[in-house]
Design a protein around this ligand. Structure first.
Ligand code: ZN
Ligand code: ZN
Length: 441
């Protein structure tokens, strides 16, 4: 939080009956704005006796965004409000606090003959990196799930999730239809579902015009191009699913993320991880995510199974999606599973660093169980860093001996006698040689 910004304006009697605006500059990276407004509303100092104190000034309050849209208008009833991308005082809407010139609405409803001084105090709370847990792939009654949006959201909160994308088959759930549940960021989305593959378009209300239907590859490309152009996060889903694998040519469609972990860990997810690993080994940079594909609660099927954990600058949809695009994320089998910090210099997982100056990974894993293996995985394969003897935490380093990528896996023996399975899979840090900044997407 920075020092408050104070703005004082004088309103004269001649301006009574006018709607005025007071400009101010929104600094970059603001998460929430609190504003208070003070002026002499009633005459005298308060000993009103038997006569009520008279209102000599009445000022209306509101907020206008840089693009001219009305964020809120609360008349003279409120003398303060708060706005962020996730919460807002009633009468105001949640919105991104984009940098630029915003305006306070000042309605000069009633002004004393001598005029009035109006003092605003604006407090900006800045964004900061935080770890958020969520599920990017869920279904409701609107397609083949069994819960309403509200029930699904509450279920996600009970499982300890901070965000939840709703991705019904070929049914868009727009932002305004999403319930507002404190502590849970709900992300609008759709699972674009085709006989040849599924993809999630999340974060926008209308990724394309018209219907989902596409009978030619050109029509498929048009849906993806529209979703990309409108700012949706595009995820290619469950590429090796037993029932509906992704069979389109990935190289000819734009996407932001590959869903390498869909529902319980099993062969199809291992194949997806192997495919992704082969892309990485070929020098491509592809962020990954996971999703439960939750339809109804069954053994091993629950919201957050798996959980995608993101390092985001706020709990707003735009910052969560930005973190996913940047690969500032890892996937873990459940919300209560181990947590990971993976950095190289000042950079996080998903980032690229120059190998000439940064060679060292720093790894912290909390919440390990006895028997867990922490391994770093590069193009050359996996290198175990720890086999945990007890429940606990791990802190260690890994030094790269050549450029490439390095990612972390935690392996666990979930059922005695069954081979170890991934309990956590992270995005890599990319150690680039000079001039190497290729991206597939
Ligand atoms: Zn699907
Ligand atoms: Zn699905």
């Amino acid at each position: 939080m920075s020092a408050p910004l104070r703005i004082q304006v004088f309103v004269s009697r001649e301006q009574e009956g006018q709607y005025l605006t007071v400009p101010f500059v929104m600094p970059p990276k603001v998460e929430s704005l609190s504003l208070t407004c003070q002026y002499e509303r009633r005459a005298g100092t308060g000993s009103g006796g038997f006569t009520p104190r008279q209102e000599i000034n009445i000022i209306d309050l509101g907020l206008i965004a840089p693009d001219g849209t009305q964020v809120g208008a609360s008349g003279s009833d409120k003398d303060s409000f708060q706005v962020s991308e996730t919460e807002a005082t009633p009468g105001y809407r949640t919105c991104r606090l984009v940098p630029g010139e915003w305006r306070i609405l000042l309605g000069a409803y009633k002004i004393a003959p001598e005029g009035v001084a109006v003092a605003y105090e604006l407090t900006f709370t800045h964004k900061r990196l935080r770890l958020l847990k969520g599920d990017l792939h869920t279904h409701t009654l609107a397609s083949d799930g069994v819960l309403t949006l509200d029930e699904l959201g509450r279920h996600a909160l009970r499982h300890g999730l901070d965000f939840l994308a709703v991705t019904d088959h070929n049914q868009m759930v727009p932002t305004d239809a999403l319930p507002r549940l404190p502590g849970l960021t709900m992300i609008p989305g759709i699972e674009w579902t085709h006989y040849k593959g599924h993809a999630n378009f999340t974060g926008v209300d209308a990724p394309y015009d018209g219907s989902f239907m596409a009978n030619t590859f050109e029509e498929v490309q048009a849906r993806f191009a529209s979703a990309r152009q409108r700012g949706a996060l595009i995820t290619l889903n469950h590429p090796f699913d037993e029932g509906c694998p992704f069979t389109f040519d990935m190289e000819s469609l734009p996407f932001d993320c590959l869903e390498i972990w869909n529902g319980p860990m099993r062969m199809s997810n291992m194949q997806a991880i192997a495919l992704w690993h082969s892309f990485l080994a070929a020098g491509k940079k592809i962020p990954v995510c996971g999703g439960s594909d939750y339809h109804r609660s069954q053994l091993f099927l629950f919201p957050g199974g798996p959980t995608t954990c993101v390092y985001a600058m706020s709990a707003g949809v735009s910052d969560i999606l930005a973190a996913l695009r940047q690969g500032h994320a890892y996937v873990v089998y459940a919300p209560g599973g181990p947590t990971l910090e993976l950095t190289a210099g000042e950079s996080l997982m998903g980032d690229s660093v120059p190998f000439s100056t940064v060679k060292e990974l720093e790894i912290t894993v909390n919440g390990l169980r006895a028997g867990d293996v922490v391994q770093v995985v590069t193009a050359q394969g996996g290198t175990p860093l720890l086999k945990a003897e007890n429940d606990g935490n791990f802190r260690g380093h890994y030094r790269m001996d050549s450029p490439g990528f390095a990612r972390i896996e935690v392996l666990r023996e979930f059922i005695p006698g069954i081979p170890m399975l991934p309990a956590l899979v992270s995005n890599p840090v990319y150690f680039d040689t000079q001039n190497r900044a290729s991206r597939l997407i």
